[in-house]
Structure formats: structure tokens, C-alpha cells
Write a new protein. Structure first.
Length: 312
């Protein structure tokens, strides 16, 4: 299986340009996935080093296979770390690294995860609702659906899926599970389909499944933790390149890069200077070219933002 079948590297050229790669520097790909971005970065390194993170066992297995085919002169050019990027700083220090020159994060669920039915990410798949990116994690989608209180379901559907009738949906899930535990994606789909707006059923299902997935993997909490640490470990003028796929992620990335906080408000020091770690390289997000979207439909909602570490 090639890395491109496993996961198309979204906006690859834009990512490489954003990182401003130099052959002797240290870079981090915190979402290794199928290795498409990592392989391209390694192509530019001579005496430099790439550290890749991913919590998915399939990604780790893929990294091992790919590393055998890269034919680098030295194995010292690449290190894979099996961990969530929310632990970026901890694992870099464990490997003797305190500062890096560039960090890449592609926040999308990999094509491989969506296309593997038993992982339960896609509502079109006949599978158990799982959705764990880290398959060793305790909390699965099935637990969320069957054990969460109604008020907690309302919150996650409203906040993470931006579902308009979150209260009605949560109430229906609780009602259904009283008689029959929710054990398949098909059950979730049937519940949601009945409550979806006419002619917007597919979008509604995507919102519902997105909300559950975000909760299962604590995606927004992990993203906040990662962004703060990324700002800390970057060297002056180092680059942070982040691809997001929905407004909740993009808002956090934009606010942190542009404002230095997640509230999106201007904060200044005593002398009137902005209090932030990064400067935005692109005020507006970059989006995929039409040709890329034609070749890879999952790139259609991608937004890429670049921040540069301040010198002060």
C-alpha cells in the first residue's frame, strides 16, 4: 500500500513552502498519518532531523514500512514517536530536543481511518461506533452514546457539531437506548436521519458524527495544548503550519496565531506591544487549488494557516 492510497498529503506544496525547510534544521510532523508530508520533508533534509508523532497504531506500522524504503544514508534523520501531539514538549525533551525550526500539523482524520469500516469513523460504514484515534484509549463512541447523560450529549452535539436541534437529538438517543443499547453506526444514522433537516441529511449526519468523534478523542483540548507547546518549542523565526478542516479547529488556530490566545482578543503589554508568541504569515487561510480538490475530495474543506515565531 502506498502512502498516497493511505492518505493523500493535503496541500503538500503549500506546507513545504510554509515550513521554509533548510537541510540542516529540525522539523516535527505531529500528525504522521500515512507519511506523505513526512516523506516530502525528509527529501529536503541532509544533516537535519524529522520527528513524527501519531497515536494511531496503523500509522506507526506504516512509518516502519516507509522508513525501510526511504533509503536515507543515516537512520538519524527520522524519529517516530507513538503519542498524541498534546504531549509534544514532553516527548521532544525525552529525545533531548528543546527547540525546533518548524512544526506541521494536518488535523484531518486520515483517509485510511475513514476507509477502514471497523474503526467506526464513517457513518456510511456498517460497524460499531468506535472512532478512537488511539485504539488503546478507554473511551469509545459506543460509551459516549450509551453512558453520557442527556445534558452532556446536548453540550457535545451543540458545541462540537453545531447541531441546531441538539436537545431533541440527545433526548431521542437517551430514549432509544433505554430499550436497546446503541451498538452500530446504523442505529445512530437512523436516529439522526429522522431529525435531520430536509435535503440536508448528509451534512447533518456529518455534524453528528463529527461531534462524537471530537468528544471521544478530546480533539479540541488536545489542539489547545499542542498550540501552546508549539509556540514554546519553536526557535525564533521558526514556522508553525496547520491544516484544519472545520470551523472549531480553524478558530482556535487562527486566534492563537493572530492574537496569542484562544479568545481572539487583542492583549498588549505595558508598552502597547501585542502579547503573542507568533506572527501570522498569511492573514487569510490558504485553501486547496481546484485541481487538488478534484483529485482528493477530502481536501475541499481544508484551511492552512502559517505562524512565525517572534524574535522578541
Amino acid at each position: 500500500m502506498s502512502e498516497y492510497k493511505y492518505h493523500h498529503p493535503v496541500m503538500l506544496n503549500e506546507c513545504l513552502e510554509g515550513l521554509q525547510i533548510q537541510s540542516s534544521r529540525i522539523y516535527v510532523d505531529v500528525t504522521f498519518g500515512g507519511g506523505g508530508h513526512s516523506k516530502a520533508i525528509l527529501h529536503y533534509l541532509k544533516t537535519g532531523h524529522l520527528i513524527a508523532f501519531d497515536q494511531d497504531q496503523d500509522a506507526e506500522d506504516h512509518a516502519k514500512r516507509l522508513s525501510e524504503s526511504w533509503n536515507k544514508e543515516s537512520d538519524n534523520s527520522f524519529t517516530f514517536i507513538s503519542a498524541n501531539f498534546r504531549f509534544l514538549k514532553k516527548y521532544l525533551r525525552l529525545h533531548g530536543i528543546r527547540k525546533v525550526d518548524g512544526i506541521l500539523a494536518d488535523l484531518g482524520v486520515s483517509s485510511h481511518q475513514f476507509d477502514t469500516p471497523e474503526r467506526g469513523f464513517a457513518f456510511r460504514a456498517a460497524a460499531e461506533p468506535d472512532m478512537r484515534m488511539d485504539q488503546h484509549a478507554e473511551k469509545s463512541a459506543m460509551q459516549v452514546l450509551n453512558e453520557y447523560k442527556e445534558k452532556d450529549l446536548i453540550y457535545l452535539f451543540s458545541e462540537y457539531g453545531e447541531v441546531k436541534n441538539a436537545r431533541t437529538l440527545a433526548r431521542e438517543i437517551v430514549s432509544v437506548r433505554l430499550n436497546t443499547p446503541i451498538k452500530t453506526n446504523e442505529q445512530v444514522k437512523e436516529i439522526a436521519w429522522k431529525l435531520s433537516p430536509k435535503h440536508r441529511e448528509i451534512k447533518y449526519l456529518a455534524q453528528v458524527f463529527q461531534a462524537i468523534r471530537i468528544e471521544v478523542n478530546e480533539e479540541l483540548e488536545a489542539l489547545r495544548e499542542f498550540l501552546k507547546q508549539a509556540g514554546e518549542v519553536l526557535k525564533p523565526d521558526g514556522r508553525l503550519v496547520v491544516i484544519s478542516y472545520h470551523s472549531l479547529e480553524d478558530r482556535l488556530v487562527k486566534n492563537y496565531i493572530n492574537k496569542g490566545n484562544f479568545k481572539g482578543v487583542d492583549e498588549k503589554d505595558f508598552f502597547g506591544n501585542p502579547v503573542r508568541v507568533l506572527d501570522p504569515v498569511n492573514r487569510k487561510p490558504l485553501v486547496p487549488k481546484v485541481e487538488e480538490v478534484k483529485q482528493n475530495s477530502r481536501a475541499r474543506s481544508a484551511k492552512l494557516r502559517i505562524g512565525k515565531k517572534r524574535n522578541d
